[in-house]
Design a protein around this ligand. Structure first.
Ligand code: PEP
Ligand code: MG
Length: 317
């Protein structure tokens, strides 16, 4: 049966057979969060905390941090909010954390790695997140960007636990993390695929360079395989811990179907994409989504994967 076209998301991400795929929002602060809630987002799948403090020369105070995070938690009372710790570096420099003279910033001290060069900042941020969560009803999850090894995941989980944060997770956006996801998920409660960086690192193609855009496609067979492996790692680990997606891939309706078919548990995106993604998801059953995911994985190129999946989604005509 054809799905009705949603012009406004009604806050219920699901497939045609009722299989739920909650649709969350990527936000950069409280103002975004209020707009995302109004757009029907079922929670926040990625709070980019570095966006709250871009351009600052000094580490934000505890008070500033608590106010910024609390604004988001209040916009999503009773809902899930995934807070990403500062992802400074490369395309998002923060003068108090990153070294602008690095020769290869995308491969440098960025994301979680800044804890090695600026000890204390991450610990204070986790304390601020815990303080902001107090007295709100949001279900606060916390994740680290740019995790590459199992030891890093274990260390981050221990830091979260010391701060009183009970749901630690990691972004899977470095191919090494995708390949070792079973062990990584043994240390943390969830993972969230950052397909923007995962694609950049899998294809060795700077995500900011226009001439490399064709390589920088999440439809690339290698990227789809890494996503599939990450989910398989969660299943292998035994308890099927949640693996979501919070990269731009989730905002492409045809790719969202493939991601659902690959077994991801939630999709987080820019709020403007929610209605279109919800409509296309509702046009297929889980079995159909799995079949389209199989087709995409078997395709020899990004172009062919995309064309074959779109051909199997009449609602996109
Ligand atoms: C990603 O890398 O896919 C991601 C969601 O994080 P960012 O775009 O902020 O690096
Ligand atoms: Mg990233």
């Amino acid at each position: 049966a054809a799905a009705a076209t949603l012009t406004v998301f009604d806050g219920d991400g699901r497939l045609a057979d009722g299989h739920r795929v909650p649709l969350l929002a990527n936000v950069g602060g409280a103002k975004d969060a209020v707009a995302a809630a109004a757009a029907g987002a079922q929670g926040v799948g990625l709070l980019r905390t570095e966006f709250c403090f871009l351009g600052r020369d000094l580490e934000p105070s505890a008070e500033d941090q608590i106010a910024a995070y609390r604004g988001v938690f209040e916009a999503f009372a009773g809902k899930k909010v995934v807070v990403r710790t500062l992802d400074a570096g490369a395309d998002k420099p923060l003068p108090f954390l990153t070294d602008a003279s690095e020769p290869n910033p995308a491969l440098g001290v960025r994301g979680y790695r800044t804890d090695w060069t600026s000890p204390g900042v991450l610990e204070r941020q986790l304390a601020a997140i815990a303080a902001a969560a107090e007295g709100t009803t949001a279900d606060v999850w916390v994740m680290a960007p740019m995790i590459a090894t199992v030891d890093e995941a274990a260390h981050f989980a221990a830091m979260c636990s010391a701060a009183g944060l009970t749901t630690p997770g990691v972004m899977v956006e470095v191919p090494s993390a995708a390949l070792t996801s079973a062990s990584i998920l043994g240390e943390v409660a969830f993972a969230s695929l950052g397909t923007n960086d995962l694609t950049q690192y899998a294809m060795a193609a700077d995500r900011q360079l226009g001439p490399l855009a064709a390589l920088n496609s999440p439809w690339q067979p290698a990227v789809l395989m890494l996503i599939g492996l990450t989910v398989a790692g969660s299943v292998a680990e035994g308890n099927g811990k949640p693996v979501g997606v919070c990269g731009e891939a989730a905002a492409d309706p045809a790719l969202a179907v493939v991601l659902a078919g690959l077994g991801v548990s939630t999709l987080s995106m820019t709020p403007r994409a929610l209605a279109a993604v919800a409509t296309v998801l509702r046009s297929v059953s889980l079995d159909e989504a799995k079949e389209l995911a199989r087709l995409a994985l078997a395709a020899p190129s990004a172009t062919q994967a995309r064309a074959q999946v779109r051909a199997g989604l009449p609602i996109l005509d």
